[in-house]
Write a protein that binds this ligand. Structure first.
Ligand code: NAD
Ligand code: MG
Length: 382
């Protein structure tokens, strides 16, 4: 098998390091020729030392590049990810930057790569229509890495031209799943970062606790699979063993199952259409005994409802939701606001920033800036 070159954008993160674990297992199949990160220079140095990419980038320039790492071409600064990706000429890009900060990388990956492996859901939440149109026009496959979307993508392999009745996204419920409303409001950073089933980056773990993550995933699924909001449902499933499901017109429901381990969906996207064995824990149904399901509680987790409404409203509404959420989550992680304020900040931005059409990436960034400003104002008023 020929070696594929892959750019790991966000190499030091939760998704990036797990993708590199797959690269490590299949050195003949993948060459990680471009590794990028924001500011975690020591972590990136260690990865560059191990994987020896042709190109590397840090958004925040370090004081010095160690002498033994000067063999590779380095890029620094806010647009360093994109410049590194272009210089690397990698065949695949794993887009694993967190937030709208990763949109530019996805956009340019569609110009220069053969395939885009997408973890960065915020790129679709904000630029979804434009990104999917560009991917379709360029004939570039967008392979989902998010576990729910990978599950749906896998189930859809059995579609054989049949219409889909409904997508069912499963949801662990996050760290606060069984908490009472007042307790949720005052949940600490420590409470929220204790995710029951997945070990992920800080921002997405907070998003899981507020359940805005599932809302972002509904919007992501809408774009990836061209499904209207009305045909995408959420079911709370605490064990995270069923990763998501597809219902067909005859009532048949196909599900994809596995122990929760992101290397499953990451490896599926990397190897597609081939499956890449790793040291996955096998599913032991007898040991599991039962799988549980419940409807999501939109009263205790209002962010989910807001995301669904934003998708239905269209235009810049999802960009506003996302931008306000990013500001609120970082304020929460800095212990500047209580957890319960996150939903209030998003709601205030959605109420105050007018929804406008999105015709270009510049429109996306304008709506994002307006949402961030509105969110900052709400925080200053609190
Ligand atoms: P993380 O915070 O662990 O890692 C983020 C990576 O992006 C880091 O390498 C960081 O250096 C880089 N980065 C951050 N801001 C940047 C910027 N402005 N410029 C350049 N690089 C920047 O995040 P994560 O948990 O790996 O999540 C990455 C993406 O994947 C998110 O969009 C998340 O929603 C999605 N995702 C993650 C998981 C998971 O299990 N972690 C699961 C599904 C989807
Ligand atoms: Mg997910």
């Amino acid at each position: 098998m020929k070696t594929r070159t892959i750019a790991i954008l966000g190499a030091t993160g939760s998704i990036g390091t797990q993708a590199l674990d797959i690269v490590r297992r299949y050195p003949g199949q993948f060459r990680a020729d471009c590794l990028t990160a924001h500011s975690a220079s020591e972590k990136l140095f260690a990865l560059v030392r191990e994987f020896r990419p042709a190109v590397a980038a840090l958004a925040v320039e370090p004081a010095e590049i160690p002498e033994d790492l000067r063999f590779c071409q380095w890029f620094f600064g806010p647009d360093s990810t994109v410049r590194a990706l272009i210089a690397s000429k990698c065949q695949d890009a794993l887009c694993a930057i967190v937030g709208i900060a990763g949109l530019d990388a996805v956009w340019h990956a569609l110009d220069v790569c053969e395939r885009v492996l997408l973890a960065n859901k915020e790129a679709l939440v904000t630029g979804g229509d434009l990104v999917m149109k560009k991917a379709a026009e360029g004939g570039i496959p967008m392979l989902p890495v998010d576990s729910e979307h990978s599950a749906i993508f896998q189930c859809l392999q059995a579609r054989q031209g049949n219409p889909v009745k409904r997508l069912l996204l499963t949801c662990s419920g996050g760290a606060l799943r069984d908490w009472k409303r007042e307790a949720i409001y005052n949940a600490t950073v420590r409470d929220v970062l204790a995710h029951p089933t997945w070990n992920m980056g800080g921002k997405i773990t907070v998003d899981c606790a507020s359940m805005v993550n599932k809302g972002l995933e509904i919007i992501e699924a809408h774009h990836l699979f061209n499904m209207p909001a009305e045909k995408i449902d959420v079911v709370v499933h605490p064990q995270s063993v069923i990763h998501s499901m597809v219902e067909f017109e005859d009532g048949a429901v196909l599900a994809q199952l596995g122990m929760p381990d992101m290397r499953g969906p990451i490896g599926y996207a990397m190897g597609y259409p081939n499956r890449l064995p790793y040291d996955a824990r096998p599913l032991d149904f007898a040991a599991l005994g039962h799988l549980d399901f419940a409807a999501p509680d939109l009263d205790r987790f209002p962010c989910l409802g807001m995301a669904i409404e934003a998708l239905k409203a269209g235009g810049s509404a999802p960009v506003i939701l996302n931008g306000a959420n990013e500001v609120a989550v970082s304020a929460f992680l800095r212990e500047q606001i209580p957890f319960g304020r996150i939903s209030q900040i998003i709601d205030a931005a959605l109420q105050s920033v007018p929804v406008s059409p999105i015709a270009s990436i510049a429109d996306v960034y304008a709506a994002d800036a307006a949402a961030r400003e509105a969110a900052q104002q709400t925080i200053r008023r609190l």
